[in-house]
Design a protein around this ligand. Structure first.
Ligand SMILES: C[S@@+](CC[C@H](N)C(=O)[O-])C[C@H]1O[C@@H](n2cnc3c(N)ncnc32)[C@H](O)[C@@H]1O
Length: 162
């Protein structure tokens, strides 16, 4: 017998900011959205933590990949931009280089990476007291050398504890 049933009731519900959408919406944005192309399926993420993926915000469910930054499961030059925040330093130096190469491969010159750093001995000592997960960290010069070695040409910035 035919029935009205909400089969999607168990799916996570995103919190929608309707006002923000209403203000941003234009005819051009609607037309682009209706092409269901690259811009419609805009953002993707990757994290090594299954826990993080299982507890992500509802609106990004299905857009996150489980994986390691040393091997990004996307084709060359496939993103308009790649952003990596406070993650690459969790790899050892050799793996950092590999991860930076991967980021560059996906978005040559169109990436931003932020990593742990310090500008003087006092900041370095403070960082070393605090750090739990980072395997590679350095002064900005050391990071810039690693960027060069990797052929990474994107932008960058530092997370510094003061
Ligand atoms: C400090 S959190 C930053 C998370 C997020 N980028 C942000 O800014 O909120 C570091 C993240 O790096 C992830 N991570 C650690 N090693 C990784 C690896 N080899 N590949 C991918 N993600 C990794 C951790 O699971 C964690 O989610």
């Amino acid at each position: 017998m035919q029935q009205e049933i909400n089969l999607l009731s168990k799916l996570p519900r995103g919190k929608r900011n309707v006002n923000a959408r209403a203000e941003a919406k234009t005819d051009e944005i609607i037309a682009i959205s209706r092409q269901y192309g690259e811009l419609y399926f805009e953002a993707f993420g990757l994290d090594i933590s299954e826990y993080a993926l299982m507890h992500c915000e509802p609106e990004v469910v299905g857009r996150l990949h489980l994986g390691n930054a040393v091997k990004l499961p996307f084709p060359d030059n496939s993103f308009k931009a790649v952003i990596s925040l406070n993650t690459v330093h969790n790899l050892d130096r050799g793996e950092c280089i590999t991860a930076l190469r991967e980021i560059e491969r996906l978005a040559p010159g169109r990436a931003f990476v932020q990593v742990d750093s310090y500008r003087n001995a006092e900041q370095k000592a403070l960082f070393e007291e605090w750090v739990l997960t980072a395997k590679f960290h350095d002064y900005p010069d050391g990071w810039v050398a690693a960027f060069r070695e990797a052929g990474y040409t994107g932008d960058y910035y530092w997370t510094i504890i003061e």
